[in-house]
Design a protein around this ligand. Structure first.
Ligand SMILES: CC(C)(COP(=O)(O)OP(=O)(O)OC[C@H]1O[C@@H](n2cnc3c(N)ncnc32)[C@H](O)[C@@H]1OP(=O)(O)O)[C@@H](O)C(=O)NCCC(=O)NCCS
Length: 180
């Protein structure tokens, strides 16, 4: 069972069906901010959508295809972080994340992401990890930048979110460059 204790009351835990309500409540509380950058928010109307997402993620996790984790601060769900798709042919993956507004500005995501990158390189023997974020999403781009990811380029109009196409900056980390 995936569970990393990061210290200072911070933990990453595999999302399970019992977390669906909490994920939904956090989505509701932060809907306006999250919908600006995340495509699934406008398709989330009840705990049923997170529940379906979690069940699918658990199955993928069991097959070593993906990982969806909750970020817990002092036992409360602060946000989530996940490996979208483990590409075992090319030894790569990409990371996605969000935090509730009350948990932002404290370095929580930078710590969570550092731990997830180390875990992904070690557990799945990966060679490359990507983080993609819109250039206008300054706080999100700051996370890979802070962790030493290289800004490799921009995929133009690559994601349909909140009624517009977003460009996505591609940030890449190779295992030999990871300082952990
Ligand atoms: C992207 C997102 C997770 C970033 O959250 P965040 O709180 O800015 O990121 P961190 O938790 O790493 O915190 C960094 C902030 O804490 C500060 N901080 C305090 N202590 C810190 C520490 N020990 N280490 C790093 N940063 C620290 C940093 O200075 C920074 O603040 P600043 O932006 O005012 O400079 C958040 O904005 C979010 O969820 N946005 C909506 C969803 C989204 O866009 N997801 C990503 C889609 S690609």
């Amino acid at each position: 069972m995936f569970h990393l204790v990061l210290g200072g009351g911070l933990e990453l835990r595999l999302l399970e069906e019992r977390h669906a309500e909490e994920v939904f409540r956090a989505t509701e509380r932060n809907r306006e901010q999250l919908r600006e950058w995340l495509p699934w928010v406008d398709r989330t109307y009840s705990p049923e959508e997170p529940r379906q997402f979690i069940l699918k993620s658990l199955e993928q996790h069991a097959n070593r295809e993906a990982l969806a984790a909750g970020i817990f601060a002092d036992g409360e769900l602060a946000g989530t972080i996940g490996l979208h798709k483990l590409d075992m042919l090319n030894h790569g993956t990409s990371i996605g994340y969000w935090l509730g507004g009350a948990y932002q500005g404290r370095g929580i995501m930078t710590r969570a992401c550092r731990a997830m990158v180390s875990h992904a390189f070690a557990e799945y023997a990966l060679h490359r990890i990507e983080i993609r974020c819109a250039p206008g999403n300054v706080k999100s781009c700051a996370v890979p930048k802070r962790l030493g990811f290289v800004r490799e380029g921009t995929a133009r109009e690559a994601e349909w979110v909140n009624d517009r196409y977003l460009d996505l900056v591609i940030w890449g980390m190779l295992v030999q460059d990871w300082k952990g």
